[in-house]
Each structure stands twice: as C-alpha cells, then as structure tokens.
Design a protein around this ligand. Structure first.
Ligand SMILES: Nc1ncnc2c1ncn2[C@@H]1O[C@H](COP(=O)(O)OP(=O)(O)OP(=O)(O)O)[C@@H](O)[C@H]1O
Length: 251
C-alpha cells in the first residue's frame, strides 16, 4: 500500500508574512495557520498589527515579504477576488451591507457568489436558510439600514456566510452588541463551525467572548507573534499578561 495518503490541505497557511508602511514594520515574520473546523482568534493590544494581518490574509494588503497559501495554493500577492474564489470571505469592521436594500436582497448578493449555476429558487432558499441561521427570518423584508445596530451586524455576517465559504473571516463582529446578542452570535459561530465545517477567523476586542468561543488564539504584540495556543494556555502565559498589563484585561 502506498504510504502517500492524500491529506486535506490546510485551509490557510501564512509563512513569515511581513508588511511595511514606509519606515514602520507593522507586521513582521508572521507565521500562522487556520485549521479545518476551528474558530481561531487573533488578539493583541491596540496597534499590535491585527488589522494589518487580517488584511494580508484576505488579500486586501500585499505583503512586503513571506508567503500565503489557501487550501494549499500559493496566493501571495493575489487580489481579494482570487482569494475569495478559493473560499475565503471577510467582513469589515464597520459592516458591509447596502443600507437602502432589504435584508433579503443584501443576503442575496452574498448568495449569488456561492451559487454560480443556481437558479432563482436555489438562491431564495439559500437566503431563507442563511437568514434562519443568523436569526433574521422575521425581518427579511425590512430595509437593512433601518434595523437596530445588532441586527445590522447580523446582516453583515449573513452576507458573508451566504456563499458558504470555507473560511469566514470576521473583523470585530461583536462591537456594539449587548450581552444577550453576543451570546447568541457565539452560538451561531459554533453552529457554522460544527454544522457546515467552516473555519472562522475572529479579530475581536471582546476578550470574554474570545476566550469562550475560540479553539485557538494567536496573540500579536508590536507586529509580531507573541504567543499561540488554547485560550486557557494563552490566558496563563506571563508574556501575554505583561503585554496587556494596563491596556485591557485578558481575563
Ligand atoms: N495604512 C497604514 N499606513 C501607515 N501605518 C499603518 C497603516 N495601517 C496600520 N498602520 C500602523 O501599523 C501598526 C499596526 O496597526 P493595526 O491597525 O494593524 O493594529 P491593530 O492591532 O489592528 O490595532 P487596533 O486594535 O487599534 O485596531 C500601527 O502602528 C498602525 O499605526
């Protein structure tokens, strides 16, 4: 029997990524991977390099050095559309919805990308299923921009998840949500991981939520990787505690 057994490719692998802005090295020698079916958190104090890393991983910034692979393919320097075609979809910190359109039409925009050969019925079904998953089924026909802030956040997540990406990258999705909303969004993330096999990357400042929902964490500090591991391991890492001291409480 052959010893070479096909291994499923790692969804995302970044090796020694760096990014310079003029004289500032915002991200240096960043190596990380996002594994199958995991919720991965990217955390660190303000200015640590989280957004820059997130933009490098989704193709919105071209790296100054290093390599990026999605599902085993080298996509270093490729534009965001090429990366999203391979199954990585991202959201934006300030939301990514069309305010004057209905919730259903917003989700439809996301669904179309994931159902290139699908007909109207397939798309409508995808919109309904996605709305039900994120808890928007009762406001499908409302104008997105008229919804309360928490629901608008859900619309952004629904648009991103409608094409059923392999990798869902969420930029501060919990900002402005109350405790009840946070709890239900965390449950939704777990369902997306468990029922759809999607890997989720979270950049998030809400430490309590990150510690609850993430399988693994990468901690950045001054543009470099400071620590990685389970929330439990990271929480007890003296280097992490010292990086956060006086800034935010990692617990
Ligand atoms: N477009 C840019 N031009 C110049 N400097 C930049 C640019 N984007 C980010 N930086 C700098 O790079 C460093 C890392 O910034 P980045 O936004 O990635 O950090 P962050 O961890 O996301 O911070 P925050 O938690 O405050 O959002 C900072 O010093 C920032 O000022």
């Amino acid at each position: 029997m052959s010893a070479l057994v096909d291994q499923p490719a790692t969804p995302l692998q970044a090796s020694h990524l760096s990014r310079r802005f003029g004289g500032l090295l915002a991200v240096a020698d960043m190596s990380l991977e996002i594994r199958d079916r995991e919720i991965l958190g990217l955390i660190g104090p303000n200015g640590a390099g989280k957004s820059t890393t997130f933009n490098l991983l989704s193709g919105f910034l071209v790296p100054s050095g290093g390599q990026l692979r999605i599902l085993g393919r080298d996509v270093t320097g490729k534009p965001p559309e090429a990366i999203s075609r391979l199954g990585l979809v991202r959201t934006f910190q300030h939301g990514s919805l069309m305010r004057s359109m209905s919730v259903a039409d917003n989700i439809l925009i996301g669904a179309i990308g994931g159902l290139p050969g699908g007909g109207r019925k397939d798309r409508e079904q995808r919109v309904r299923e996605t709305a039900a998953l994120v808890g928007l089924e009762r406001v499908l026909h409302a104008t997105a921009g008229n919804l309360p802030h928490g629901m608008q956040r859900l619309v952004s997540i629904a648009i991103a998840f409608a094409p059923r990406p392999r990798l869902l990258c969420l930029d501060e999705p919990l900002t402005g949500l109350n405790q009840t909303e946070v709890a239900s969004v965390l449950d939704m993330f777990r369902r997306i991981r468990d029922e759809f096999g999607t890997s989720i990357l979270l950049v998030e400042h809400n430490m309590k939520a990150v510690m609850q929902v993430c399988d693994r964490l990468y901690v950045l500090h001054h543009g470099k990787l400071l620590a990685t591991g389970t929330p439990q391991a990271v929480r007890n890492d003296p280097r992490v505690l010292s990086a956060y001291l006086g800034k935010a409480n990692v617990n």
